[in-house]
Design a protein around this ligand. Sequence first.
Ligand SMILES: NC(=O)c1ccc[n+]([C@@H]2O[C@H](COP(=O)([O-])OP(=O)(O)OC[C@H]3O[C@@H](n4cnc5c(N)ncnc54)[C@H](OP(=O)(O)O)[C@@H]3O)[C@@H](O)[C@H]2O)c1
Length: 246
Amino acid sequence: MKTPVILLTGGSGRLGTELRQLMPDIIAPPPEAPDITCPETIRAAIERYEPNVLIHAAAYTNVAGAEQEKEVCWRVNVEGTRNLVSAICGKNIFFIHISTDYVFAGTKGMYREEDVPGPVRNYYALSKLVAEEIARFASEHLVIRTSFRPRQWPYTVAFSDVYTSQDYVDVIAPDIALAILHYRDIPYRTLHIAGERKSVYELARRRKSDVKPGSKRDAKVELPDDISLDTGRWQKLKQEWSKKSS
Ligand SMILES: NC(=O)c1ccc[n+]([C@@H]2O[C@H](COP(=O)([O-])OP(=O)(O)OC[C@H]3O[C@@H](n4cnc5c(N)ncnc54)[C@H](OP(=O)(O)O)[C@@H]3O)[C@@H](O)[C@H]2O)c1
């Protein structure tokens, strides 16, 4: 089978940078990367590269900032996704949309793919939930819900009262790259790719031993109690693929 041409949005971001290193053939050269708020640049990129797969990892990701910058957050996350989905309509391009654990309420934890999302906790989460639903209009698509941190824990404090299955981006990105490589073998439209459930403080301590425990009460934005994801589907798929290849 022909190697697919893969175009990436958000190639300069945390996840995009890792994906470009893991998948050197991926197309995401910054000057030619489309501005997703501008349909013309998207059309030009699609005409130029004729991708088989479009990975959408570009987003406005400043969770606290989104509370003040609602317009830009909406334009990038919602309208940007709509522009991409419109541009690939009828073109036989597989759309992989990178989404977030934040689409869930974050009360019960261990959310499964089929759980009903919301009510969301903040504006960023709202924009990502709407974007997810727009992504589902692409005729061939996969929504990957994930959660990650930069390679190093950047703060002196980490919340011990927020539970998550997020991990560091260099731990998560190889799994996302694997899912992209196997996109034809994934029999689902939604997939959770994340680590195991733990507190944010526990995660922070893995890379910053002197980090102090803090509380989400001190955050500038409303945060969930337990936003962890059930990743059973993904674990099973990985096992099946590794059995097949051994
Ligand atoms: N970080 C997390 O904790 C987290 C957790 C769960 C899910 N996610 C999702 O994972 C994906 C990647 O997140 P990330 O943390 O890697 O993002 P990031 O580091 O904040 O990078 C955002 C990327 O989006 C690009 N971008 C922003 N506005 C754009 C526009 N108008 N047109 C084209 N590109 C634009 C940026 O390009 P410039 O550099 O040129 O601005 C950058 O490449 C996003 O969908 C995010 O919602 C992130």
